[in-house]
Design a protein around this ligand. Structure first.
Ligand SMILES: Cc1ncc(COP(=O)(O)O)c(C=O)c1O
Length: 398
């Protein structure tokens, strides 16, 4: 037994892909816009990013980022608790809290760190984290870091959640339920109205990770908590700047004043460098656009509905509901790789997702739609899928 033995299954998985001609991560040689890039020397439509609002090339956001770099430098070279809190960080925290109608807001350096930082600060030995089985890796890692007891309930199954909460008896006040607004792999939403009701009944706490739903759901774009009308029942909302907000970073907002203590109790908040001034400035600009341009959300949903309906009509097996994440389910790796390569040859980039990253052991071609896509681009994406439909013969049921 040696140090590297545990890496063997990764080598085996890589070999499986290499035998099918997939040797390394895709490299974006040039990025032309929020929806196009040059990959392997070819112009591609990007249909696999999390750029839901399509704002990464917005002139206002780029100007804000470059002005901040000119005025404040390229990085803060320090953590939030030392020299890394600039007035921009505080202003963004205030703006996020205002956006959600909350009293408190904290900015973290990434969305991953926000989950690590929140779960590990809020819970510890003696507490319970009750999480959806399909939770993102950052939620699982935050659970491990916390030292709390981890109980998983079946994906999007509020009955299973309730059954497990009931068994906790007097431990429910020490329980934090964690769910996501939109799940990143299949694009389905949590049954949040039911979950919020259950959490009230049992006196537990509820944290919703709106990573994929911020900007996407709700009249004002605040996410599933807004869309489901349960914001007042949600204790903590976590989110990321790396999707609709087009940058990198994470946050938590809440009406619990204890959120402020995270600044002194959360190792992932305290022991990493803070976001650079350009990131904070562009995020402030995109947040403002999300608030002021609801037409982007309408365009996003038109694109999402179109792609979902067109791929469904072609007979592809998709995630359970229309969403900006349009997941094409493929039963095995050979078919998945063939389809993925065929799409690249047709000038369309989507994400190839293989086990163990998929929820049910199958493979996924995870497409994602942006407000930045034109109707023609959506048509080209679905044409590319149409041209490959026969060749891939996805006859098995996933
Ligand atoms: C649900 C969820 N939470 C958190 C994250 C982490 O966000 P970030 O990539 O901004 O660190 C992701 C990233 O994909 C995610 O899907």
């Amino acid at each position: 037994m040696g140090l590297f033995d545990k890496l063997q299954n990764i080598t085996t998985a890589r070999q499986k892909l290499a035998e099918r001609g997939v040797t390394s991560n895709v490299v974006m040689e040039k990025v032309l816009s929020s929806t196009e890039a040059i990959i392997n020397g070819r112009r591609m439509i990007l249909a696999g990013t999390n750029n839901y609002m399509g704002l990464t090339f917005d002139p206002e956001c780029i100007a804000a980022a470059s002005q901040a770099a000119q005025k404040l430098g390229t990085g803060t070279t320090g953590s939030r608790m030392a020299n890394g809190t600039y007035s921009g960080h505080i202003q963004l925290e205030q703006e996020l809290a205002d956006f959600y109608g909350c009293s408190y807001g904290v900015v973290f350096s990434t969305g991953y760190i926000a989950n690590l930082g929140m779960l590990s600060a809020l819970t510890g030995p003696g507490d319970v984290l009750m999480i959806d089985a399909d939770s993102h890796a950052s939620i699982y890692d935050g659970c491990r870091m916390s030292g709390a007891e981890i109980i998983r309930f079946r994906h999007n199954n509020s009955g299973d959640l309730e059954k497990r909460l009931k068994r906790l008896d007097d431990r429910t006040p020490n329980t934090l339920i964690v769910v996501e607004g939109i799940y990143s792999m299949l694009g389905d939403r949590a049954p949040l109205a039911d979950i919020a009701k259950i959490k009230e009944t049992y006196g537990a706490y509820l944290l919703v990770d709106e990573a994929h739903s911020l900007g996407v759901l709700g009249k004002q774009g605040r996410g599933l908590s807004e869309a489901a009308g349960v914001e007042s029942n949600v204790d903590f909302i976590v989110g990321t700047f790396s999707k609709s907000l087009g940058a990198i970073g994470g946050f938590c907002v809440s009406n619990h004043s204890e959120l402020e203590l995270v600044r002194f109790a959360s190792r992932p908040f305290m022991f990493t460098a803070s976001s650079s001034p350009s990131v904070i400035a562009s995020t402030r600009a995109t947040l403002n656009i999300i608030r002021s341009r609801p037409e982007l959300r309408r365009k996003l949903w038109d694109n999402a509905q179109n792609l979902y309906q067109q791929l469904q009509a072609l007979g592809y097996q998709l995630g359970p509901e229309p969403s900006p994440v349009v997941a094409v389910r493929v039963p095995n790796i050979d078919q998945a790789v063939a389809l993925w390569k065929g799409l690249l040859e047709s000038g369309v980039y989507v994400n190839l997702v293989t086990p163990p990253a998929t929820p049910d052991g199958g493979c996924l071609l995870r497409c994602s739609v942006s407000a930045g896509h034109s109707a023609e681009q959506i048509e080209q994406i679905s044409q590319a899928f149409a041209s490959l439909r026969e060749a891939t013969q996805l006859t098995e049921t996933v």
